[in-house]
Design a protein around this ligand. Structure first.
Ligand SMILES: Cc1cc2nc3c(=O)[nH]c(=O)nc-3n(C[C@H](O)[C@H](O)[C@H](O)COP(=O)(O)OP(=O)(O)OC[C@H]3O[C@@H](n4cnc5c(N)ncnc54)[C@H](O)[C@@H]3O)c2cc1C
Ligand SMILES: *[C@@H]1O[C@H](CO)[C@@H](O)[C@H](O)[C@H]1NC(C)=O
Ligand SMILES: *[C@@H]1O[C@H](CO)[C@@H](O)[C@H](O)[C@H]1NC(C)=O
Ligand SMILES: *[C@@H]1O[C@H](CO)[C@@H](O)[C@H](O)[C@H]1NC(C)=O
Ligand SMILES: *[C@@H]1O[C@H](CO)[C@@H](O)[C@H](O)[C@H]1NC(C)=O
Ligand SMILES: *[C@@H]1O[C@H](CO)[C@@H](O)[C@H](O)[C@H]1NC(C)=O
Ligand SMILES: *[C@@H]1O[C@H](CO)[C@@H](O)[C@H](O)[C@H]1NC(C)=O
Length: 487
């Protein structure tokens, strides 16, 4: 009934009414209207419930906003009804996969928080070789669900990451050297458009939308299911190694791997951290080989490092992901990035120097500061496995994204941390440019770029086409009521 009221009042008069009733009045109207129209498979939650708290919670504390209510849709049809109410009442909303964005407001809102947690399907069509994955999953569940079939997918490298945001932004995986980005392995998306209609987007159906969704996040609607190509999966070899005080040896091992290993089954991550709460510089490496045993010698430099902990074995893909240690969850935090074309020893040394330099600048003034630079030496052929997508705007050169991650405890330091991360990325960009890498304008990876990055810097020459597509699928800009990169 309240939905009827909401519809009868035009949204302009509703907004005028809200001025006398208080700022959240209109959001409450939307919450009530949603509760009225959804089926029994979906629910609305209010503050002081555990569902409200978990629906709003994010990996980085600074990414969380307390919404007016949360809603957990259970069917695509209900997602459609929710979008209709939000569009009619012009209510801000957030769409959350697993809440791992480090950009405030990208999957959070003061209005209606939509948590996709009930979309937990992981099923496998043995004949087609396609996995159907609900948009509320984390990769851990997908790997576990596919393990009995001896197949897997191109997904996350760390435990807990959401399938939806990761895939809709591109997706750099341990398997990217073999198969490309996650978007290069997507067979289709099921998406609810802002009109409330549910459609599939594939290479043949709504192919323009399929292009836009591969890197275009929530600009066109809410994705409910992702259809992923699978690959045979045996046991893998690898895991994590944690060291301190041997940065020169880590730099040498990482650079040697980068220069000599072209086997696409191999991958590493090398992360240089400074953790003020431990008072220690810690370096964490993950090493990965997509077979039960690696070729002789390939990882010897890493295995020979004196380590604080080492968790390396022949194991399942999921077990390898679980052996990695997540950063400082529970603090505030941002990500930023530099798009590199190659690594050199002087560049790696400049990265190590950034952790030391900024630690020195920050540790006395910024409580619990955590400084982290994650080197991800992907093969330069990484973009050769896929076709046209919203991101990357050009597939001419493979982008090796450096992930910069800072965490801290106090909101008083938010502005400072943004400035320092931008300054540090600019500095490392200059170092790479001075070495002859033409990266000053190279597109930044949208799952790593800090929130005030311009759309031009991410989507570049694709922007006009993406804006046209957005006008076609979302003519009333309903999706503009949710946060994120907006076309
Ligand atoms: C510890 C850690 C490790 C990471 N490792 C990697 C890595 O190895 N490789 C890599 O490429 N990235 C990595 N990332 C980045 C990661 O890809 C992004 O944070 C990603 O967006 C997370 O997805 P999510 O669903 O958890 O995020 P959310 O915060 O829930 O969502 C991110 C964005 O996607 C939108 N979105 C979510 N669900 C939907 C949906 N169903 N329909 C439409 N839009 C939706 C949201 O509105 C939001 O704008 C890592 C992040 C963290 C914190
Ligand atoms: C959200 O509300 C809870 C409970 O009232 C509170 O502890 C928390 O600090 C609030 N979070 C934000 C980001 O405002
Ligand atoms: C998966 O592989 C294991 C080990 O090789 C084998 O025992 C099992 O039968 C395989 N399962 C399927 C469904 O192929
Ligand atoms: C999308 O495709 C899947 C798999 O083919 C199918 O099960 C589903 O019903 C389709 N959804 C729509 C809205 O057509
Ligand atoms: C190694 O990683 C596994 C997860 O794959 C974990 O269960 C185990 O506790 C880890 N071992 C050590 C010694 O940390
Ligand atoms: C270390 O980093 C700082 C800050 O970016 C920079 O000014 C300085 O020149 C760097 N020093 C070396 C030796 O690279
Ligand atoms: C960082 O936050 C702390 C704690 O609130 C505060 O004391 C300090 O002045 C802040 N420093 C800067 C430079 O923002």
């Amino acid at each position: 009934m309240r939905l009827a009221i909401a519809i009868v009042l035009s949204f302009t008069s509703l907004h005028a009414y809200a001025q006398t009733e208080g700022p959240n009045f209109i959001y409450e109207v939307a919450c009530d209207a949603i509760a009225d129209v959804i089926s029994h498979e979906s629910d609305v939650y209010y503050p002081d419930t555990k569902e409200y708290a978990s629906d709003n919670s994010h990996w980085a504390l600074s990414s969380t906003t307390n919404s007016t209510c949360t809603v957990e849709p259970g069917t695509a049809e209900d997602v459609g009804k929710i979008l209709l109410v939000l569009g009619l009442t012009r209510t801000p909303f957030g769409i959350k996969g697993a809440g791992h964005t480090a950009n405030p407001g990208f999957s959070a809102t003061p209005g209606v928080q939509i948590a996709m947690t009930r979309f937990t399907e992981v099923s496998y069509d043995t004949e087609a070789g396609i996995a159907s994955v609900g948009a509320g999953n984390i990769w851990d569940n997908v790997y576990a669900g596919l393990e009995p079939y001896n197949v897997s997918v191109v997904g996350g490298r760390v435990s807990g990451i959401g399938v939806a945001g990761f895939t809709l932004g591109g997706g750099y995986s341990f398997k990217s050297n073999q198969y490309g980005l996650t978007i290069d392995t997507v067979a289709g998306f099921e998406i609810v458009l802002p009109t409330g209609i549910v459609v599939n987007a594939t290479a043949t159906d709504n192919s323009d939308l399929f292009f836009g969704l591969k890197g275009g996040f929530n600009n066109f609607g809410i994705v409910t299911t992702i259809y992923l190509e699978t690959h045979p999966q045996t046991a893998v070899w690898g895991g994590s190694i944690v060291t301190t005080g041997v940065d020169d040896a880590v730099v040498a091992a990482t650079q040697n791997f980068y220069e000599t290993v072209t086997d696409p089954k191999a991958a590493i991550l090398t992360t240089f951290n400074y953790d003020a709460s431990l008072g220690l510089s810690i370096t964490e490496m993950t090493i990965y080989y997509n077979a039960p045993t690696p070729p002789e010698g390939m990882f010897d430099d890493f295995m020979a490092l004196p380590s604080l902990t080492k968790n390396i074995s022949t194991r399942s893909y999921l077990s390898l992901i679980l052996s990695t240690i997540e950063g400082s969850n529970g603090l505030r935090g941002y990500f930023h990035t530099v798009s590199l074309y190659e690594y050199t020893t002087p560049l790696l040394n400049a990265i190590v120097n950034e952790t030391q330099f900024w630690r020195g600048q920050l540790e006395s003034d910024v409580p619990e500061v955590f400084v982290s630079y994650d080197v991800e030496p992907i093969l330069p052929s990484v973009f050769s496995h896929g076709t046209d997508s919203a991101w990357p705007p050009s597939r001419a050169n493979g982008i090796l994204p450096l992930n910069i991650y800072y965490a801290w405890a106090s909101p008083d330091n938010d502005t400072l941390m943004n400035q320092i991360m931008v300054q540090s990325a600019d500095y490392l960009t200059q170092v790479a440019v001075a070495e002859g890498q033409d990266i000053a304008e190279t597109s930044l990876y949208p799952n790593y770029a800090i929130y005030d990055t311009t759309m031009e810097r991410i989507y570049a020459g694709n922007l006009p086409r993406l804006r046209e597509l957005k006008a076609k699928y979302d003519p009333f800009n309903v999706m503009g009521l949710s946060g994120g990169w907006k076309f």
